[in-house]
Design a protein around this ligand. Sequence first.
Ligand code: FAD
Length: 509
Amino acid sequence: MTSPVKKIVIVGGGSAGWMTAAALSNALQTNCQITLIESEDIGTVGVGEATIPPIKLFNETLGLDESEFIRRTQGSFKLGIQFVDWAEKGRSYFHPFGSYGRPFDLVHVHHYWQQANARGEARALDEYSMAWAAASRGRFAPPSPDPRNVLSTYDYAYHFDAGLYAAYLREYAQKRGVIHVEGKVSHVALNPETGFVGAVHLSNGQVFDGDLFIDCSGFRALLIGEALKVGYEDWTHWLPCDRALAVPCDNAPSSRVALGQNFTPYTRATARAGGWQWRIPLQHRTGNGYVYSSAHITDDDAADTLMNNLDGAALAEPRLLRFKTGRRKTFWEKNVVAIGLSSGFMEPLESTSLHLIQAGIAKLLAFFPDGGFDPLVTAEYNRIAVNECERIRDFLILHYHLNRRDEALWRDCAAMQIPDSLHTKIEHFRRFGRLIQRDAELFGPTSWLAVHVGQLNIPQNPDPLIHHRRVDGGDWLGKLSAAMSAAAVRLPSHRDYVDTRVRVAPVAV
Ligand code: FAD
């Protein structure tokens, strides 16, 4: 019998480090010492402000109160992502959290939409999404728990200040006994017999040994990459953006933004000549960034584009971040688990990085090791992690590949050789509107539907089964859209919801 893991060392105190420390300190209640080492001199990547709905589960598992979390992180609510100019200039669509209506027949709703669309009788697909009905009007409230109510058909996530979130989780983890060490790791010592990491040495001479090491050191990948020499699978040929410039701006209502449009309950991603620009509204500022391909646009041109397309005055100089899209060849190697940017990065288009941290932590707890580090366990962890990344990768490539823009980057993306797994999905949708899902996928059929249609991959035929049904989908769709509009206007504005129901501190009783 092997001994239990008694000492865990986390290297890195960015979002990945503190999310991991918080979750482990909550889950491992006895007999385990958790130490987190971070270097203020090196700092964190400092971005990562938009999320997807499963983050709610992460916070709930920690027992965080939603209102307090939103107050502490200057957060806001997110109903989805608006994609502007992606398929072609002048065309927008919304990737909603939630569904388009709800199933009312054996045949999926979107086949009825496609049939009505082919007859010229349908509105844009967005008009059948409750998330968009609310988002486009700047409205927000949590969904109804009543499944008969149209307000139950959407979901939500958050935008927040990544630095404040890490600080909040740090306080949480320290209260539960996590030891916080400030210092720079200068050497990683390997056990000469096993090749396992034995200890990390700091430049001030301190040494921290451990049983399990979590590499949250960001792009440096100090343990998994530098010490254990696990390679990196480069996906630049599919996801060519390799740089970002990030800058916050003032979010006071200005002449550049219509009143009520500055605090939107959604992220905006606007395609630009060499990549795309994000816009993330927080309570105290708006986060912006231009993610671009350095092979297609210079840093100076990217900076000009970004600075000329802000809603308000810039609050800082733009900060340059470099990255290589791809994934670590293995995520768990010997006694090191890579979580966060050390494990890979697929660019921020669909806000998946914080989710992959959450997913890494969930898998680590599901496969929590004993001191023997059974290879059967690590192999299964790695198999699931690879699959998760590849399915997300395909979803991201879909946005780039299906475009009709006429700049070099976009032409290259339209012409690129895509993975077979994605090609199959595109062809199934193109022919009969079928949404093929393989294994467990983070992005479900609604998400794929939104992007296929948004990027103008319109099915050539509806599901053949529809010709054997007596349902009048067109009639139903009209009522659905009207019900959504009527429900949306009754919701509070996003600003009012945050000001009156979240920001007001609870009254002590
Ligand atoms: P980092 O933040 O880089 O932290 C690394 C830590 O390791 C730091 O504490 C550092 O001090 C420490 N460290 C490094 N070397 C040493 C050493 N030698 N000794 C001691 N400590 C060391 N994700 C989303 O989910 N949504 C988004 O909207 C989003 N937007 C993004 C936009 C851009 C441009 C980029 C680049 C990323 C974005 N991400 C987003 C990803 C997100 O920012 C990261 O996944 C998240 O911040 C986790 O980063 P990390 O903790 O792994 O790394």
